[in-house]
Write a protein that binds this ligand. Structure first.
Ligand code: ADP
Ligand code: MG
Length: 259
């Protein structure tokens, strides 16, 4: 079971789009996948076709040990993968966890009981470096960082990298940055191509080969509760996320070969 957190403390950089589409693409490629929604906005939950207002249980109950993951998970009717859903309740977890012990490793603990159920677990983190994101980073083996190729893209990156280093040093020795995923890419925009080249220069093979283009079909899909890769399979954005799933599968297989 490979656990990846999709994190960037900036909002609107396609964390949720990446989480939902990678989950659907991995599933379409035969991988048993769980998507964990760690954002109180519940966008990943809704984008998978699950009504966040009608949940019996959610990731909130799991983090506070009021319920189990087995009780809370729901299958995405469109994507056919499991989702540990979220809604507004989760906003309270931030405060409620503060006084509890092992507060950073609650998600890790919950996932450990399901080691045999999944090949991939993807965690959609909220746009902050909060206790929720910390739970995501403590549970994960690696971080996938979606980035827009714009002038300010690199600015917040050092904060995220420092947080990942701290978590690695103090809480989770397994954690590493898997890679930077360039999203909403526009090849006709000079700045976009410049920043993209800069990323390759600085981060080398930490930059995924797959480039996700700006594609309106990916933005339309969530309102139908269908992952973009299934909503319009022929669209450029869908094809990019399918290619990204292949790249991720190759990546984890190459680790097997090394060990
Ligand atoms: P985050 O989870 O980081 O806040 P989202 O995944 O919600 O970001 O994406 C922010 C907005 O950008 C959403 O409206 C989403 O539909 C849109 N979006 C994401 N990726 C693309 C893309 N490749 N092309 C066009 N729109 C996109
Ligand atoms: Mg999001």
């Amino acid at each position: 079971m490979h656990i990846f957190a999709i994190a960037n403390q900036k909002g609107g950089v396609a964390k949720t789009t990446t989480a939902v589409n990678l989950a659907a693409a991995l599933t379409a490629s035969g991988q048993r996948t769980l998507l964990v929604d760690l954002d109180p906005q519940g966008n990943a939950t809704m984008g998978c076709g699950i009504d966040k207002r009608g949940l019996k249980s959610s990731v909130y109950q799991v983090l506070l040990k009021l319920g189990t993951l087995a009780d809370a998970r729901v299958m995405s009717p469109s994507g056919k993968f499991d989702v540990l859903p979220a809604n507004r309740d989760l906003a309270g977890a931030e405060v409620e966890l503060v006084d509890l012990d092992m507060r950073e490793t609650r998600l890790k603990e919950a996932l450990a009981a399901h080691e045999a159920d999944y090949d991939f677990v993807l965690i959609d983190c909220p746009p902050s470096l909060s206790m929720l994101t910390l739970n995501g980073l403590c549970a994960a083996h690696g971080v996938i960082i979606p980035m827009q190729c714009e002038y300010y893209a690199l600015e917040g990156l050092s904060d995220l990298v420092n947080t990942i280093k701290k978590v690695h040093a103090n809480l989770n020795r397994d954690l590493k940055i898997i890679g930077l995923l360039r999203v909403m890419y526009d090849p006709r925009n000079t700045l976009s191509t410049q920043v993209s080249a800069q990323l390759e220069q600085h981060f080398g093979d930490k930059v995924f080969k797959t480039l996700v283009p700006r594609n309106v079909r990916l933005a339309e899909a969530p309102s139908y509760g269908v992952p973009g890769v299934l909503f319009d399979k022929a669209a450029k954005g869908a094809q990019a996320y399918m290619a990204f799933a292949v790249e991720m599968i190759d990546r984890v297989n190459s680790w097997k070969d090394e060990s």
